[in-house]
Design a protein around this ligand. Sequence first.
Ligand SMILES: Cc1cc2nc3c(=O)[nH]c(=O)nc-3n(C[C@H](O)[C@H](O)[C@H](O)COP(=O)(O)OP(=O)(O)OC[C@H]3O[C@@H](n4cnc5c(N)ncnc54)[C@H](O)[C@@H]3O)c2cc1C
Length: 386
Amino acid sequence: MIRNTEKLHNLLNDVRTYVRERWHPLENTVEELDDVPESIVDELRERGFFGWSIPEEYGGLGLTTEELVLAAFEISQASVALRARVGTNTGIGSEALVADGTQIQKQRWLPLMAAGKLTGSLALTEPEAGSEATNVQTTARLEGNHYILNGQKRYITNAPIADVFTVVARSEPNSKGSSGLSAFIVERGTPGLRTGQAYKKMGQEGAPVSDVFFEDCRIPAENLIGGQEGVGFKTIMKVLNKQRLHLAALCTGPAIRMLDLAIDHTQKRQQFGQSVGNFQLIQAMVADSQTEIYASKSMILEAARARDEGKDVSLSASMCKYFASEMCGRVADRAVQMFGGAGYISDFSTIERYYRDVRAFRIYEGTSQIHQLNIAKLVLRNHSGL
Ligand SMILES: Cc1cc2nc3c(=O)[nH]c(=O)nc-3n(C[C@H](O)[C@H](O)[C@H](O)COP(=O)(O)OP(=O)(O)OC[C@H]3O[C@@H](n4cnc5c(N)ncnc54)[C@H](O)[C@@H]3O)c2cc1C
């Protein structure tokens, strides 16, 4: 749903121009520094980029799902690290509060997240809870007016720089699977909370990822999201259903950018007395990539509109995330091919970095295999009328 066409048009134009003029020249620096410069983070705060998905009453833009994915197509047409700086606040790091937080919790944290004064992060994955996300071992024990958290979270985006963590922990001892899980807000600085060293990764330099440790970490009982125990996994599924559409859009922007770069290169590069872009075998890669980008955009927009209409998008969100992340990998591979040797050499092109950056899309927020299983499960359930 688009609430105000002109306002949205202005936002998209602003993002498009900003990404091209400000971010594209910075991509190498961000990779070398393995950090997004604070001056850029200040610009993102001033432009309101941190608050896209946070409701207006809490200082955000309150974008609808359709508006959010349209903005995500634009902001993701640069190195992943740049959009990842705001990405947890506009997605997994704030959404549990938006979906299920109490009024008091929303008022306390969302305005600061919308303003970019606090960086949020979602800590679900653990050493023994990856694809089996319900196998959470982190415990939360109620003691008077506090919960005591113990456990370890793994591969948490923005953990090294986050101020506020949404943490999933087992509040019901001896429970199994999704029952007995609760979601909490934990603030940096709470004794017993520690983040690990940022990992060395295959790509996405500048988007820090680390472990998070809880060692008798004592948090006020009022930090239980929604004030209700045992519903943490339901909250996280709400977060992920929306986030899968958001992430699918964030997988589509890099594909658009890679194809642009590859077309430019093939038009300039001369072999056999002409641009390599004249060769039909190169044009086939352009056609396949453009077709898949179009398919990705179309399905994401349709699912986003359905979500805005209040429809259940569990199946379509899963299909979008699966298709868009795999599509982006295929476009990355073709783009390297269209660049030839220059696509493999980072001194000659940014395609080598994109190729590495986008590889993670097929792994996080549900691997492709988990989405295949989920899609099949939902289709087969509908098929048998159960
Ligand atoms: C860069 C990065 C950032 C991340 N950010 C976050 C974050 O911010 N917050 C967070 O909570 N998590 C985050 N994650 C974790 C991410 O969601 C997990 O890595 C992902 O869910 C996969 O879990 P795993 O790594 O344990 O893989 P595993 O579950 O060990 O999977 C290994 C392989 O087995 C396959 N597999 C597993 N089960 C099945 C099955 N039943 N059938 C078929 N195949 C199967 C998988 O598809 C995969 O190919 C991040 C990960 C990365 C790499």
